[in-house]
Design a protein around this ligand. Structure first.
Ligand SMILES: [Zn+2]
Ligand SMILES: [Zn+2]
Ligand SMILES: [Zn+2]
Ligand SMILES: [Zn+2]
Length: 331
């Protein structure tokens, strides 16, 4: 991080140029950028989204500080949309956050886009060797940045170091298709999940009732296999997933989990029990259903589900078919 003085100077010059640009672009900068982002994330109503962003920013403003635009320069904790807009990536409209790298002429691009680009999107000049912009990094550290899902209604603005963790759990993040395996690219609102499943995944069977048997057939099929079914009870829909995969090389395991088609908060109202039963043996797992917002992959990654290996499966299987008793209760 010890750049020679000359380099640091080239870094600062274009930065000033960059800072003057958006103010000349007028006040609509942030709203316009976020409306574009809303399209990408499947949000609706750009106008409402822009208002939500503004509300988010004003909620973090220091009380009593009017934040006049003439007081922009760096000393104040940031509550300025104009200042935040300076960090917009020219390619994806997400924010350019530390480590902030610039092209040789001083243009910024976010790190995700930078990895896909062979030259600067603004001047077509070379992107390497990378030049770090420490001054912009310092400014970024004084500013709250709106959550990536602000266009979907999230009112939060956060320090850039807290943004990724929040966005991972943000309740405004669009839902993806809960079916295991990454083949279906659908995403949308929670309300649209069930219609999507019924329309695009017609082969999934649904059983009614809080106490059912999930029958997985041909569990000896080679390779990674998923068995999926739906269970409806307590006016909610649950997805039952049994997945066979090789998490550790040469060691096939089964993972069984119940997901609620609902939010994490709604899932807390329920408990589920999975039980393998037969041949004078019993294996039970009880837990809170996972929200489909968290997904199956995370449950399997953390082994936060019923886990058993192929030899245990054979103890309970009957002709290659495995019945899992599933009981859902309210708590
Ligand atoms: Zn970008
Ligand atoms: Zn450039
Ligand atoms: Zn959020
Ligand atoms: Zn799907």
């Amino acid at each position: 991080m010890t750049l020679p003085p000359a380099r640091q100077f080239t870094g600062n010059g274009p930065q000033l140029e960059a800072m003057s640009r958006p103010s000349s672009a007028g006040g609509g900068g942030l709203g316009a950028g976020k409306a574009a982002g809303g399209g990408k994330h499947g949000g609706t109503g750009g106008g409402a989204a822009a208002a939500a962003v503004a509300a988010g920013l004003s909620s973090v403003a220091v009380p009593g500080s009017a934040a006049p635009s003439s007081a922009l320069p760096l000393g104040l904790p940031g509550q300025s949309p104009e200042l935040t807009a300076l960090f917009e990536c020219p390619v994806c409209f997400d924010y350019v956050l530390p480590p902030i790298l610039q092209c040789q002429a001083g243009h910024l691009v976010c790190n995700q886009c930078r990895q896909k680009l062979s030259c600067c999107p603004t001047c077509r000049g070379p992107l390497s060797p990378s030049i770090r912009n420490l001054a912009m990094e310092k400014v970024a550290s004084t500013l709250p940045f709106p959550c990536k899902y602000s266009s979907s209604g999230c009112p939060l603005s956060l320090h850039h170091s807290e943004k990724p963790d929040h966005e991972e759990v943000c309740e405004f993040r669009p839902y993806t298709c809960p079916c295991p395996g990454a083949t279906c690219k659908w995403h949308g609102s929670l309300e649209a999940v069930m219609p999507h499943l019924m329309h695009a995944h017609k082969s999934i069977t649904t059983l009614q009732g809080e106490d059912i048997v999930f029958l997985a057939t041909d569990i000896n099929l080679p390779g990674a296999v998923d068995w999926v079914m739906m269970q409806s009870c307590f006016s909610h829909h649950f997805m039952l997933v049994l997945e066979k995969q090789e998490k550790y090389e040469g060691h096939q395991q089964f993972f069984a989990v119940v997901l609620l088609i609902g939010t994490r908060k709604q899932a807390e109202n329920f408990a589920y029990r999975l039980e393998l039963n037969g041949n004078r043996r019993r294996l039970t797992w009880e837990a809170t259903p996972r929200s489909i917002h968290d997904g199956v992959a995370a449950a399997i990654m953390n082994s936060d589900c019923l886990v058993f290996d192929t030899s245990i499966a054979h103890l309970f299987a009957d002709n290659g078919n495995l019945g899992i008793n599933v009981t859902i209760s309210m708590c």
